[in-house]
Ligand binder design. Structure first.
Ligand SMILES: C[S@@+](CC[C@H](N)C(=O)[O-])C[C@H]1O[C@@H](n2cnc3c(N)ncnc32)[C@H](O)[C@@H]1O
Length: 197
């Protein structure tokens, strides 16, 4: 298990999260790994500016959760944030509505189990973001979301430690996510297939 060092999202990473949530306008944002709440503030500011939605965020450490709560209250964003204290796996397994945007930033070796837990509640088009792609503990997660057979279109946003942004696909879209470049013929076939859907 990783140590408890403080690794908040960077400012460019936070700005990217803000823009993604503004664009996606999710009803429910789920965050794994609040820490002191820096990334949560970017997510919650986007939700507030969208005028709709809320952020459910999870933190194992009671001390960090308490500090994050104070920060959320001081910024006035606490009315769009629900902080669940303790191990994220149990409450996230019990979520009773779809997650419209997911940030995975808890201990890296848990990112894949948390994603698998949330998968039944990920609608097509949902963006799942994981921070720190250069950490080796994230390798199984990256292998999973980058394998088109698992139902994601995934790309790495190259800033700082890197961010993996994965879009959940519809079942019928999976056939387009295999192969490198479809070529001109493939593009025409794909266009025709999309027109039929
Ligand atoms: C990298 S920090 C999160 C940084 C935060 N997202 C930010 O940008 O400010 C990872 C956090 O995940 C929390 N964490 C690790 N395992 C967890 C679990 N099973 N459930 C909830 N939180 C967990 C740790 O306590 C730690 O505070």
């Amino acid at each position: 298990m990783a140590s408890g060092i403080y690794m908040p999202i960077s400012e460019p990473g936070g700005r990217l999260l803000y823009s993604l949530v503004r664009a996606a306008r999710p009803g429910l944002v789920v965050e794994f790994g609040t820490s002191y709440g820096i990334s949560t503030l970017f997510l919650a500011a986007a939700v507030r500016d969208n005028g709709t939605g809320r952020v459910v965020t999870t933190e194992l450490s009671a001390a960090k959760a308490a500090a994050a709560r104070r920060t959320f209250a001081a910024t006035g964003l606490d009315d769009v944030i629900i902080l669940l204290e303790g191990d994220a796996l149990e409450p996230l397994a019990a979520l009773d509505e779809p997650a419209g945007f997911v940030l995975l930033d808890g201990w890296k070796e848990l990112c894949l189990p948390v994603l698998r837990l949330l998968e039944p509640r990920l609608a097509p088009g949902t963006l799942v973001v994981a921070d720190d792609v250069d950490m080796e503990e994230l390798a199984p997660y990256l292998e999973y979301v980058r394998d088109p057979a698992n139902g994601y279109r995934s790309l790495t946003f190259p800033y700082d430690e890197g961010m993996e942004i994965s879009c959940r696909l519809r079942h019928r879209e999976l056939r387009f996510s295999t192969g490198a470049h479809p070529g001109e013929q493939g593009h025409r076939r794909r266009k025709a297939q999309l027109a039929l859907q």
